[in-house]
Write a protein that binds this ligand. Structure first.
Ligand code: MD3
Ligand code: FE
Length: 203
C-alpha cells in the first residue's frame, strides 16, 4: 500500500521464521560492548526508545565510528546478509537500490516508549530507508515534509511489517505515537516492540 508518494507499507513481509531469526540477531546486537543504550538529546532529555547501531553509530545529530556518547567501543559491524535483506526490501517496494545498505539502527520500545516527530536527514544518500517491525503493534505517524504537525496519516505497524521510505517521502516527518502492549505474536517471545531501519550512509 502506498501511504504517500514513495512511502510503501507491506504488511507481513517477514514470515514467522524470519521474524524469529531477526529477533535473535537483535538480541545478540543488544549485548555490550557497543550494545543497547539510552540516547541523550542535546536539550538534556532522553529518548524513551533505546537503541543499538550497526555499521555507524548514530547520535543526535550525526554518525560516528565509535559509541562516542556511550561506552566508547567501536560500533558493531553491519553484516552482509542484512545488506541483502535491505536490497530485497527496497526492491519489493519497486525501488532501484541507489547504493549499498551499510547502517542499521535498531530501536527497542517498551509499552511506554514513543518517538517524537522528526526527520532522518543525517545520511548523505537519498536512497530509501527500509523499516522492519517486530513484536507489539504500534501507531506510526507519517507526516509531511514541510511541518512537524498536520496533515499526517496514522498507520498501525505490526510484527513482520515492512515500510520503505523513498523519493518524496524520504525527508518526511514521522514518529511513533503509541505502542499497544501485549499485541506481539505469542510465539515470537518478545515483550515490547523492535524496529530495525536499514540505511545507505552515502559517506
Ligand atoms: C520515514 N524509527 O529510526 S520506523 C528512526 O519505529 C525511526 O522505530 C521509527 O523513525 C521506529 O528514525 C519509525 C519508520 C520510519 C523509519 C525511517 C524513516 C520512517 C521513516 C526515514 C525517513 C522517512
Ligand atoms: Fe526516523
Amino acid at each position: 500500500t502506498e501511504i504517500a508518494p514513495g512511502a510503501m507499507h507491506v504488511p507481513d513481509w517477514l514470515d514467522a521464521a524470519r521474524q524469529r531469526e531477526l529477533l535473535g540477531a537483535c538480541r545478540d546486537w543488544a549485548r555490550p560492548p557497543a550494545g543497547l543504550r539510552t540516547v541523550r538529546t542535546p536539550g538534556g532529555g532522553t529518548m524513551t526508545a533505546r537503541q543499538v547501531c550497526l555499521g555507524r553509530h548514530w547520535y543526535p545529530y550525526g554518525y560516528a565510528n565509535t559509541v562516542v556518547d556511550g561506552d566508547g567501543s567501536p560500533v558493531k559491524p553491519f553484516p552482509e546478509w542484512l545488506g541483502e535483506l535491505g536490497r530485497q526490501a527496497a526492491g519489493t517496494a519497486a525501488y532501484e537500490c541507489a547504493g549499498d545498505y551499510d547502517i542499521a539502527l535498531v530501536n527497542f520500545y517498551d509499552a511506554d516508549a514513543r518517538m517524537g516527530m522528526h526527520r532522518d536527514s543525517d545520511e548523505k544518500s537519498a536512497a530509501p530507508v527500509v523499516s522492519l517491525s517486530l513484536g507489539d503493534t504500534c501507531v506510526f505517524r507519517f507526516g509531511n515534509t514541510a511541518t512537524r504537525t498536520r496533515p499526517y496519516t496514522d498507520v498501525e505497524l505490526r510484527s513482520g511489517d515492512l515500510f520503505v521510505f523513498g523519493g518524496a517521502s524520504r525527508l518526511a516527518y514521522h514518529g511513533v505515537s503509541r505502542v499497544y502492549a501485549g499485541t506481539a505474536p505469542p510465539e515470537l517471545g518478545l515483550t515490547g516492540r523492535l524496529n530495525i531501519t536499514l540505511r545507505v550512509s552515502g559517506f
